[in-house]
Design a protein around this ligand. Structure first.
Ligand code: 4NP
Length: 167
């Protein structure tokens, strides 16, 4: 059992669309599940173009329409330090995963990285990415939210098993 709190980070390219949406929804569901003080959630992008900026307005609007608070997000950049600072690192797509693995300080550290949708019951080997909605329309953001909401249930159960109170 790792030292608590268990630290999860979600990572995409810009940290203004996909990973912030997953960050907000996961944090919300963990609080609902009573795990809010046993798990911390962070998010980052492998690129630094948007560091310090709030979420993309389309991502924020999609979350707000569904009842989530998108207002607190500020974009951060993924660096090698995130390996030491987190227990589980979740990649939104295969290129994010490759970029994260390239930065891994040790071969063992690569085991901290998994695809976010490895927890999605509807995913398989050929469909395990959250597609980048940045260049598309609002529909893409709704698709991301649907995938994220479906996937976080599996993540919450995974974390519940790893953060069970000691007796
Ligand atoms: P995200 O989307 O990785 O889901 O945050 C993107 C946002 C910005 C850019 C690319 C992807 N960009 O090239 O600036």
């Amino acid at each position: 059992m790792p030292a608590e709190p268990y630290r999860v980070a979600v990572v995409c390219l810009g940290n203004i669309c996909r990973s912030p949406m997953a960050h907000v929804v996961l944090e919300h569901r963990l609080a609902e599940a009573g795990l809010g003080d046993r798990v911390t959630v962070a998010s980052a992008g492998t690129g630094d173009w948007h560091v310090g900026e709030p979420m993309d307005p389309r991502a924020a609007a999609t979350l707000a329409e569904a009842g989530y608070d998108a207002s607190r997000h500020r974009a951060r950049k993924f660096t090698v330090d995130w390996y030491a600072e987190h227990d589980l690192l979740l990649a939104m797509d295969a290129s994010n995963l490759a970029n994260m693995s390239d930065l891994a300080p040790t071969v063992d550290a690569q085991e901290q990285v998994r695809m976010f949708r490895s927890f999605d019951p509807a995913a398989d080997d050929r469909d395990d990415e959250v597609p980048d909605p940045w260049f598309g329309g609002d529909e893409g953001f709704r698709d991301v939210l649907e995938m994220v909401e479906r996937t976080v249930d599996g993540i919450v159960e995974h974390l519940r098993a790893r953060t069970a109170p000691r007796s």
